[in-house]
Each structure stands twice: as C-alpha cells, then as structure tokens.
Write a protein that binds this ligand. Structure first.
Ligand code: NAP
Length: 385
C-alpha cells in the first residue's frame, strides 16, 4: 500500500489523480491533500478520502476551512511554510505534484530533501531550476516519475534502453485550439476560445500555454532535464490526433512510440503504479476506426513561443527561469483581459532581451531572476495600457 499526498488536489490533474487512487483501494491511500484557495472542492475531497494531512496555501481560505472541519484526525497546515512542512511528513511515500506554476518549486525541493518519490505533473519548476532539482534527486536517490503525457511516453520508451544510443526525441503536440487560425487572427483571440482545447481538459494556465504553444516549449526544457538530453536532440512534431504521446529514435534507426487514448488518468496511473502496470477502465484505441495519423512541422512564425523556448534551452543559465516567470505573468494578464493574446510572446521576448544571464545559477540567483522578470513583465504590460 502506497501512502500518497496529492498537492494541487483541487485542479485538473489533482482531481484525476484522486479518481485513479479511488479505483485501487488495495494499492493506494490518500494521506495528504493541498489546494491554493478552493476550499469547497477540498472539503469534499477531505470527506471522501479522509487524509490525515491537509494544507491550504491562502491563509484566509485556510482559516475558513478550519472552521468547517473537525480537526480531531486532521493536521491542518497553511501558507507556503505549511506546504513545505507537510511534504516532509514521514508517513508519505509518494507525492503527486500537481500544483500549477512556480509555486511548486519550494515543496518539490523539500519533498526531494526528505526522500519522497515524486509523480511530477508540474513542469514550471523543472524549467526554472531543472539542474538543481535533478542533481538533488540523484543525490537523494529518489525517483521523479513524469505524469505529463509526453514525458511519460518518453520515460516508457526509454525504459530498459541504452540512453547513449538515443538519436532524437520526437515530442508530439496536438497543435492546440488555434492550430488552424491565421497569424493575423491571433491578436483578437478571446479567453474562452483559448480555453477550449480540442483534445484535453486542463487548468487555465496550461490551456493558454497550449494555445501559444509555449506548453511545448516548456516541455522541451522539461525533457532536457528529466532525460539529460541536449535541445538539438529534441524535435517537436504537430500531431493533431494526439494518439502518439511522443517517440524516441535510436542510433540504429529504430523508433519507439507510446500510443494511448487522450486521457490523463493513463499517465497518472502509471506514475503511481510504476514499475507495475495495473489494469484500468481507460478506452483502448480502435485502430479500425482511426481515419489516420497526421504529422506536421511546427510553425515557428505563427507561434513565436517555440523559438523563445528553444533559445532559452540552448542558452541555459537564468534564461529559462526568466522565460517561465514572464510567461506566467503574461498568461495571468491575458486571463484577466489586460493583455491581448498575440502580445504574450512579445512581452517574453522583451524581458529576455533585457536580462543579463547568469550561468550555473544557484537557487538564490534563480529566485532573484524570477522576481526580476516578473517585475519587468508587469512594468512593460502597465506601460502598454
Ligand atoms: N491538466 C493537464 O492535463 C496537465 C497535463 C500535463 C501537465 N500538467 C501540469 O500539471 C500542473 C497542474 O495543471 P492543472 O491543469 O491540473 O492545473 P489547475 O487545474 O489550474 O490546478 C492547479 C492546482 O494547484 C493549486 N495551486 C495553484 N497555485 C498554487 C500555489 N501557488 N500554491 C499551492 N497550490 C497552488 C490549485 O489550487 P486552487 O484550486 O485552490 O486554485 C489547484 O489545486 C501544471 O504545471 C501543468 O503544466 C497538466
């Protein structure tokens, strides 16, 4: 029986994780849950899963939840410090890290330091501080098992293979909701259009990233760190059916691919059960009904975030941190209606241009670059309005 804490349990990945866990009462038990502020969903999850550890990041929301709960069998944590403390609890075996954005970095590092295995959905922390995370994980000998469908596919294709014989990784992308839009239409794209992804149901931030294609750019950096592969070996392919979740090519010309339905519960389940495989109720692919599998080159002109992410990947140092921070600010401003869609890559580009890169940054330098980039992005956006 694995005792699991789900961080970001009220979000899309968090809720899917709880569903998977509920299907296997003999294998998994929820012992920790966390949310930022959505205490209504969290309250229902507590009633259903009865965890001993609960954290709410927003102090006001935490106090509200406290007044609704019988705390006899629950230890309630609050704030960033609370989250960092909760992940170190000795009863936790594995942590599903499904917090969105850079807020995942601190609990991730604390979880690694206290030797917890991680099922990692969050990609922003790896983009910000990949070398530090992977280095600490190696020193502590803990496993970081990817939940992201593309990374899970690569992980499965590389399993048991000689990584020195890897030629290329083909990272597939559905192309997002604006794949067929013309470049000039992008300026006036509405928030609701962007949130309407053709293949996946996801949280708002990653939905915007999927529309700008920054999500795929962040995944290039995520892949680099998770599998220790240089950016020149990572190729993006647009694959609208989203049936192939990624592929790896070896030096002998053999390509291995992982295929499955577009259902995040599949990679979540594998990250929880790894190395075992458990039977699931997921739909299998009906190849007789498939009309075809299509592949296209990514359009770097229409979606400049590809180029910005590759640039940050090649340059390294604090540039990926700045890319991520500026993207988070720009996406948030777009969701609040204060920035148009086409300006997102422009803001990122301007802040990257202004940044004086620091090579091999330590954690303090990363956090400083993150803070600087957020302030710069806000300044530029305020001057636009
Ligand atoms: N959704 C997908 O299909 C998918 C696929 C692959 C990878 N991912 C990655 O998985 C992560 C989660 O994505 P999602 O779509 O599940 O996001 P989401 O639906 O927006 O959920 C985010 C979760 O994190 C919590 N949270 C947000 N900011 C926080 C902070 N600063 N501190 C503590 N908790 C915080 C939220 O709490 P509240 O509900 O209280 O706000 C919520 O529980 C992202 O990094 C994303 O890139 C997602």
């Amino acid at each position: 029986m694995q005792r699991i804490a789900v961080l970001g349990s009220t979000g899309s990945i968090g809720q899917n994780s709880l569903e998977v866990i509920k299907n296997f009462p003999e294998e998994f038990r929820v012992i920790g849950l966390s949310a930022n502020s959505n205490i209504d969903i969290l309250y229902r999850q507590i009633k259903s899963h009865r965890p001993g550890l609960v954290c709410v990041k927003e102090p006001q929301a935490a106090l509200k939840l406290k007044s609704r709960l019988d705390l006899k069998n629950i230890k309630l944590f609050m704030g960033q410090e609370g989250l960092d403390e909760m992940v170190q609890d000795k009863h936790i075996d594995k942590i599903v890290l499904a917090i969105s954005g850079s807020g995942a970095l601190s609990p991730l590092l604390k979880a690694i330091d206290s030797c917890k295995d991680i099922a990692l959905a969050n990609k922003e922390a790896l983009v910000m501080a990949g070398p530090i995370i992977m280095d600490r994980a190696a020193k502590k000998k803990i496993k970081i098992i990817p939940v992201d469908s593309e990374q899970s596919a690569i992980w499965q294709c590389l399993n048991g293979q000689d990584k020195n014989k890897l030629n290329n990784i083909y990272l597939t992308a559905s192309g997002g909701p604006l794949r067929r839009s013309r470049k000039r239409e992008l300026k006036n794209v509405s928030v609701s259009r962007v949130l309407n992804h053709p293949r996946w149901k996801m949280g708002k931030k990653i939905s915007v990233d999927s529309a700008t294609l920054m999500n795929k750019g962040l995944e290039v950096l995520e892949t680099m760190h998770l599998f220790n592969v240089p950016p020149e070996k990572i190729k993006i392919i647009i694959h609208p059916e989203a049936i192939i979740h990624s592929m790896v090519e070896f030096v002998d010309g053999v390509i291995l691919a992982q295929l499955s339905d577009t259902d995040m519960r599949i990679p979540i389940q594998y990250a929880l059960s790894y190395p075992a495989r458990l039977s699931s109720r997921a739909r299998s692919i009906d190849f007789y009904k498939l009309k075809g599998l299509n592949f296209q080159k990514p359009d770097f002109k229409k979606f400049p975030c590809f180029g910005l992410a590759y640039m940050a990947a090649y340059e390294g140092g604090t540039l990926p941190t700045v890319l991520n921070a500026t993207n988070e600010v720009s996406v948030d401003e777009f969701l609040k209606g204060r920035l148009n869609f086409a300006s997102i890559p422009k803001i990122i580009n301007r802040v990257l241009d202004k940044h004086h890169k620091k090579n091999n940054p330590d954690l303090e330098e990363i956090l400083k670059a993150d803070d600087w980039a957020r302030k710069e992005a806000h300044k530029i956006i305020e001057n636009l309005n």
